[in-house]
Design a protein around this ligand. Structure first.
Ligand code: HEC
Ligand code: HEC
Length: 156
């Protein structure tokens, strides 16, 4: 019995240290609805794969970020979150109405976007719709490439 306790103590160490680490984890609830645990204004996970899995850094697009291009022309840039591919924004959503969601690569280039102004202030919990299979019409995960051209390639 004693041996079993010692063993489980050892097994717990990596999990405890992952919790103490404030924002530097590689794996941190990727793909989950961040806002169910956090009071950020908005948050998302960016993947290299429309069917990216939950809770892993496999196929996440580390270093990429989200930018909201608002209807009024201003932009809001997210910052890297805890866990590869995770990004978040803590600002005031008061100015946000309709927006185009853009994905930026590590150099700040727009590499993917939603339809123009198809998103709005009620869509800030990104990962709810951008789930592994996609909900409410979303094609799946938020991805780091032009998903539409890829879809066309697959279809013909
Ligand atoms: C099941 C609850 C849960 C979910 C879902 C979750 N987190 Fe966390 N998050 C935590 C806890 C607990 C901590 C503090 C311990 C730690 O760092 O792991 C934390 C810490 C953080 C931190 C560092 C501290 C801070 O508040 O700045 C960031 C950044 C973060 N999470 C971002 C995210 C993002 C982005 C998502 C969505 C992809 C997410 N989290 C999903 C529970 C969660
Ligand atoms: C209520 C569901 C819903 C929510 C929440 C949502 N989206 Fe979307 N998203 C969609 C739908 C539907 C599409 C496909 C049509 C379009 O492009 O608008 C889409 C497409 C996208 C695309 C292009 C396709 C892809 O999967 O890469 C990006 C990028 C995107 N959304 C980013 C975001 C971001 C960032 C957030 C959070 C700020 C978000 N979305 C929240 C429904 C949603």
């Amino acid at each position: 019995m004693k041996k079993l306790y010692i063993l489980s103590g050892i097994l717990l160490i990596p999990f405890i240290s992952a919790c103490e680490d404030e924002g530097n984890s590689v794996v941190h609830h990727q793909g989950q609805n961040c806002l169910s645990c956090h009071s950020f204004t908005s948050a998302a996970t960016i993947y290299n794969d429309l069917r990216g899995k939950y809770d892993t850094n496999v196929n996440t697009a580390n270093g990429y970020t989200i930018q909201l291009l608002l209807d009024n022309g201003t932009t809001i840039k997210y910052r890297q979150g805890n866990g590869h591919g995770n990004v978040l924004w803590k600002g005031d959503a008061g100015d946000v109405n309709d927006f185009t969601a853009q994905v930026l690569d590590t150099n700040g280039n727009v590499v993917n976007r939603s339809e123009k102004n198809s998103h709005h202030v009620g869509r800030l919990a990104c990962n709810i719709c951008h789930s592994e299979l996609g909900l409410n019409g979303a094609p799946g995960r938020i991805v780091s490439y032009q998903y539409k051209s890829l879809k066309k390639q697959i279809m013909h």
